[in-house]
Design a protein around this ligand. Structure first.
Ligand code: SF4
Ligand code: SF4
Length: 214
């Protein structure tokens, strides 16, 4: 197939898992337990369709423009599309379509669940890399921001602002980032240089998550 990059491209996205469904002979890609793309194989294990989701209107447009884009094989034919793996659909467009499929499935989850799937908090921290995670702290997403280092009984100020005040999934995409609240919620164990590096890392994490659709 011409899209040899596809497997690595999809597995690089946050929260993506892959399995093989032997009855259907499909390689499936999931996010949060929901499939967003599949490679349908023939008896010789050669790909004959790539299934993905598109906005129905967009699907119609691509089906009329490319004869290699067809209504979803063995799927809901309004939302799902099948792409011939050796057809004329350009690689860049194929990447855009896979991105859209991932985004559409992610959008089906609540914002809190999206952050859990992506393994990121609204301030860009990856709790699973923290030594407190699972011992003295259950994690920001799981505790809705009411972590031990937040004011007693309340969500931390960043969570309160991003989720409750601005109704955002996270600080990603906020025009004030990194704002005064970020500056005043400094981990006391970090010196100034470490804190600046931490802010840069969290912003980078959020940027990547934002590009992945949160
Ligand atoms: S202390 Fe808790 S909320 Fe903060 S990074 Fe660690 S696990 Fe996440
Ligand atoms: S102002 Fe923006 S960057 Fe600051 S905490 Fe609120 S959402 Fe996050």
């Amino acid at each position: 197939m011409r899209y040899e990059w596809m497997d690595a491209y999809l597995l690089k996205k946050r929260g993506v898992t892959k399995d093989y469904q032997p009855v259907w002979n499909w390689i499936r890609y999931h996010v949060g337990g929901k499939m967003f793309a599949a490679i349908c194989l023939d008896q010789e294990k050669r790909p004959y369709y790539i299934n993905l989701k598109l906005e129905p209107v967009k699907g119609e447009v691509f089906r009329s423009r490319y004869e290699d884009v067809l209504p979803g094989y063995y799927s809901d034919k309004i939302n799902w599309n099948s792409i011939r793996p050796d057809g004329e659909v350009p690689d860049d467009l194929m990447k855009d379509m896979l991105d859209e499929s991932y985004r559409l499935v992610m959008e089906g989850f609540s914002r809190k669940r999206q952050r859990e799937i992506l393994g990121i908090t609204c301030c860009g921290t990856e709790c699973y890399t923290c030594s407190c995670y699972g011992s003295i702290c259950g994690g920001c997403n799981e505790l809705s921001g009411k972590v031990f280092h937040a004011p007693k009984g309340k969500a931390c100020p960043i969570y309160r602002c991003a989720v409750y005040k601005k109704y955002r999934t996270s600080c990603a995409g906020c025009e004030d980032l990194p704002c005064e609240i970020w500056r005043t919620t400094k981990n006391p164990e970090l010196d100034e240089a470490e804190f600046e590096a931490d802010i840069r890392q969290r912003m980078e994490n959020l940027k990547r998550a934002y590009e992945d659709g949160i």
